[in-house]
Ligand binder design. Structure first.
Ligand SMILES: *[C@@H]1O[C@H](CO)[C@@H](O)[C@H](O)[C@H]1NC(C)=O
Ligand SMILES: *[C@@H]1O[C@H](CO)[C@@H](O)[C@H](O)[C@H]1NC(C)=O
Ligand SMILES: *[C@@H]1O[C@H](CO)[C@@H](O)[C@H](O)[C@H]1NC(C)=O
Ligand SMILES: *[C@@H]1O[C@H](CO)[C@@H](O)[C@H](O)[C@H]1NC(C)=O
Length: 519
């Protein structure tokens, strides 16, 4: 593509400048990498051993970058923890860390590797970007010494950050982002005191970047889109799939659509930990995605995207608040989805209109199934409340889902196969937020590109009969302002308490193995 543009230059150098300075579309690549994990993650290894392990992973990333560049990609995203793995103690991660400077220093590590000390990983990533003329996005660890005079300085005298870096097609470091919302058990890292809003311009749009668990919170994720007006989000992640609403491809594609941005999500490939699911998502539809629990191989994805995607305006409550309840007198029941107690009604017929409410949220559904099977139950559910397990965040969710078995207490439980296709559906809710992420997930964890849309009055509508049986059709809403339920004072009290608890934990050397679900 670039070659044909440069041919144009021969014809007219004026056209050349215009053409080269801005592209309407670009090719994105995302690599789901089967990370080679170190055997030792609780005790420090030598820096030579650490580098040897990282070089093994960099060898695989190099093959992906080279292949992506050959196929015309302008940018490639690689996963969180993709160079050294996860589940480290604070001391054990240290030999893997490098001092990563602020990109303002204007540095091409490949040309000048020793300018900021010994940084072999940054040098190698920079050279990969430069020699292949492609933007390279990777996740590595940053270390910054601090002094006891800094009251926040950790006892070991340094900050350690989970860090995304971006090198441009000349190998220059153009972005450094320290992960804000660390996941439970990510004790090897510190969160920056204030969220960092990291963006950079290219000839193919403005980019923003954040990491994994950040996607559930307002800062920096929402602010990058709302106030910094980025076109495309770069998203390295180590995401453990959780059904029915938080599998990687499902939630990440929904965020792209809900926020009106391109979204490049690169996950680790680690099926035994339920980590798989990467994709290239445009606001109107997923362009490419990968979910694979069967093989151990990595996967390189490509798609062409608009450099400046169109951001449609949606009023998420308009339709739902304008209509009466679609049915009354249906028997409601309660059941749990990922630790949250939903209010459900069963879908009785092959077609119908239903409403179910919980607290301030009412959800309306009109649907028609292709057949009404006697061995499957579908239900419409509503949840309006504070989720408190593995993170605290207020949700408003309207969901049509397949119950795991015929037993209604399994509605909301994890299930990944179904047999019922839908001829049509229309789902809406009286949301108290403009941040609603529309999800459609089909049997065997497949997306449904081009099969549905969101109308400006806030309905999630099918455009055609579904191409496969349906697991869930969901509007996943976030009320960020209600995350700390009782306000600032309780919030700071919790922070103080958490600080005390972590000190006690550290002193007792209790490193419990949390069953993490996201990264
Ligand atoms: C971990 O240990 C196994 C068995 O000793 C060995 O085969 C493997 O190469 C080691 N992995 C690394 C990354 O050193
Ligand atoms: C990025 O580009 C936009 C317009 O395309 C411009 O307004 C903005 O100043 C640029 N930002 C930087 C950091 O160059
Ligand atoms: C959305 O629609 C509702 C109902 O029609 C209206 O009351 C509300 O003001 C609208 N919200 C916005 C942000 O336009
Ligand atoms: C559902 O409502 C629509 C109009 O709101 C109506 O045309 C349709 O017949 C209803 N379906 C059933 C099964 O009641």
């Amino acid at each position: 593509m670039l070659a044909s543009r440069w041919l144009l230059c021969v014809v007219s150098s004026a056209v050349c400048v215009l053409e080269a300075s801005s592209l309407d579309t670009f090719v994105a690549a995302v690599y789901e990498h089967a990370v080679i994990l170190p055997n030792v993650t609780q005790l420090p290894v030598s820096s030579e051993e650490a580098l040897a392990l990282m070089n093994q992973n960099l060898d695989a990333l190099e093959r992906a970058v080279t292949s992506a560049a050959k196929q015309g990609a302008h940018i490639i995203v690689t996963p969180e923890d993709g160079i050294y793995g996860m589940h480290f103690s604070r001391q054990a991660i240290y030999p893997y860390l490098e001092d990563i400077p602020d990109p303002q220093v204007n540095w091409i590590p490949c040309n000048n590797p020793d300018r900021f000390g010994y940084n072999p990983v940054q040098k190698r990533l920079s050279c990969l970007a430069k020699s292949n003329s492609i933007y390279v996005v990777a996740n590595i660890g940053d270390k910054k010494p601090c002094h006891a005079s800094d009251s926040h300085c950790p006892p070991d005298g340094r900050y350690q950050y989970n860090t995304n870096v971006v090198f441009d097609s000349q190998g220059k470091l153009v972005a450094r982002y320290h992960k804000q919302n660390l996941f439970l058990g990510e004790d090897q890292f510190d969160a920056p005191r204030e969220p960092e809003f990291v963006t950079f311009n290219t000839s193919f749009g403005k980019f923003g970047i954040f990491t994994c668990f950040d996607i559930l919170f307002h800062d920096p994720a929402v602010t990058l889109v709302k106030d910094f007006h980025v076109d495309t989000i770069l998203f390295p992640t180590a995401w453990m799939n959780v059904l029915p609403h938080l599998s990687a491809i499902e939630f990440h594609s929904a965020w792209a659509m809900g926020m009106g941005v391109n979204f490049l999500a690169s996950n680790i490939h680690y099926p035994t930990k339920r980590m798989t699911g990467s994709g290239i998502y445009a606001p109107e539809s997923p362009k490419s995605f990968h979910y694979d629990m069967r093989t151990k191989e990595g996967k390189l994805l490509f798609a062409q995207l608009d450099s400046h995607p169109h951001r449609p305006a949606v009023n998420w409550t308009s339709y739902a608040s304008s209509i009466e309840a679609l049915s009354v007198g249906n028997k409601e029941f309660k059941s749990i989805a990922f630790f949250d107690e939903f209010t459900f009604v069963v879908l009785k017929g092959i077609a119908g209109n239903y409403t179910v409410c919980q607290n301030d949220l009412c959800c309306h559904l009109s649907y028609q199934m292709s057949e009404k099977r006697s061995d499957e139950v579908y239900a419409l559910g509503a949840f309006d409340g504070l989720h408190t397990v593995e993170g605290q965040y207020h949700l408003q969710i309207c969901t049509l889902l397949k119950c795991r078995t015929m037993d209604l207490s399994t509605c909301g439980s994890s299930v990944d196969t179904a047999s019922t296709r839908f001829e049509m559906f229309s789902l809406s809710g009286t949301f108290g937020t403009q941040y609603v992420f529309p999800e459609v997930l089909l049997s065997d964890i497949k997306l449904a590109p081009g099969e549905f849309q969101v109308s400006s009055d806030g309905r999630l509508l099918s455009l055609k009969p579904t191409s496969g049986p349906v697991l869930t059709v969901t509007l996943f809403g976030r009320l960020y302002e209600k995350d700390s339920a009782s306000g600032i004072r309780v919030h700071s009290l919790i922070i103080v308490l958490m600080g005390l608890i972590s000190i006690i934990y550290a002193s007792l050397r209790l490193h419990s193995e949390f069953q993490v679900s996201l990264g």
